[in-house]
Design a protein around this ligand. Structure first.
Ligand code: PMP
Length: 348
């Protein structure tokens, strides 16, 4: 293949998601899903929506956008919805991130970001995390068109406080800041309240993690009207139905069931703290997590070996072959039993 075509193909390197095993009975702690089922009210709403499958869904997903708006204290036209936050991010890249100056994001973060840059021809620079694996915002003062941060960051789980994000957003009103809050509900501070006073901020969230609806594929963005309007225009050029009617019904009901949300999210936070403590007791270095996973390494074992040995014993965790983090394991917080099984195996 000529160098030209190989570079075209190289730029289209796909994102490689974590393993979704076909074998039953594995303990699946590798893709940050919620170990608890979705809200029973969401399941009932999805079952009831089956009667409407004959009809096209609402092209504006009005009910869902109104529900998100009410929950987050914004107007419905400040909410954009899509098939998972991956699709919301894809539209964000297409609509908002094509500029002359590069997009900045951390060198260790959600590995889909460089993939989108390749797909949508967005120039980017990766900004190294500091020695403690934190995002050092002072390093984002270099010339750029936009900044994209996951908060909490993935796979580290470390969160930035809201006032640090506010300072970043306020520093340069002509620069877009996108905050990917896929894991924010597990104890970090959301940047959504900043949207009211900053028109250069877009906050992206998902129902895949804290709402246990990864299979339904629902994500959303909150921002001031011009940003949302730009996303709507891109979306309409591809598909004028943002979500199917089961997704609209299930997501709306899940967002209305605050009791289920609070209970399951709190359980995960409690299990995360116990898991981090147990791993430390076994000699692991565990980064301080505000997400539904922990990122940990053991000084005496290589990450790849540990992941492979756990896999042989039926426990899946995520391992990245990337310099600086290749000895870390990213472990999703499972049920108490699942975490117990993992710790017992590691102790052996
Ligand atoms: N952002 C981050 C940081 C993630 O880890 C994920 C999950 N892989 C996503 C976005 C996408 O989540 P979803 O498309 O399921 O909403």
């Amino acid at each position: 293949m000529s160098r030209f075509w190989s570079s075209v193909v190289h730029n289209l390197s796909p994102y490689v998601p974590g393993e979704q095993p076909k074998i039953a009975g594995l303990v699946k702690l590798n893709t940050n899903e919620n170990p608890y089922p979705p809200s029973p009210r969401a399941l009932a709403a999805i079952a009831a929506a089956v009667d409407r499958l004959r009809l096209y869904p609402d092209p504006h997903a009005t009910l869902l956008r109104e529900t998100i708006a009410a929950r987050y204290g914004v107007a419905p036209d400040e909410v954009f919805v899509g098939n998972g936050s991956d699709e919301v991010l894809a539209h964000t890249f297409q609509a908002l991130l094509k500029h002359d100056a590069p997009l900045l994001f951390p060198d260790i973060t959600y590995s889909f970001y460089p993939v989108y840059c390749g797909l949508y021809a967005v120039g980017y620079e990766e900004v190294p995390l500091d020695a403690a694996m934190r995002i050092a915002l002072a390093d984002y003062r270099r010339p750029c068109s936009a900044v994209l941060l996951a908060n909490p960051n993935a796979p580290t789980g470390i969160a930035l406080p809201r006032d640090a994000i506010e300072a970043l957003v306020a520093e340069r009103p002509d620069r877009l800041v996108v905050i990917d809050e896929a894991y924010v509900d597990f104890g970090a501070e959301s940047a959504v309240p900043l949207v009211i006073s900053h028109d250069n901020l877009l906050v992206v969230q998902t129902l895949s993690k804290s709402r246990a609806l990864a299979g339904l594929r629902v994500g959303f963005a909150i921002g001031q009207r011009p940003l949302i309007e730009a996303l709507e225009r891109v979306k309409d050029s591809f598909n004028s139905y943002p979500l199917d009617c089961l997704a609209i019904a299930g997501a709306t009901a899940a967002l209305e069931d605050d009791a289920w949300f609070q209970e399951t999210r709190q359980r995960i936070i409690t299990s995360r703290e116990a898991l981090a403590h147990d791993l430390s007791t076994l000699g692991f270095e565990v980064l301080p997590s505000h997400a539904n996973f922990v990122f940990a390494r053991h000084p005496g074992h290589r990450g790849a070996d540990l992941a492979a040995r756990l896999r042989e014993r039926g426990v899946l965790v995520r391992h990245f072959k990337k310099p600086r983090i290749e000895d870390f394991l990213r472990i999703t917080v499972g049920t108490e039993d699942e975490c117990g099984r993992l710790i017992a195996l590691l102790r052996d």
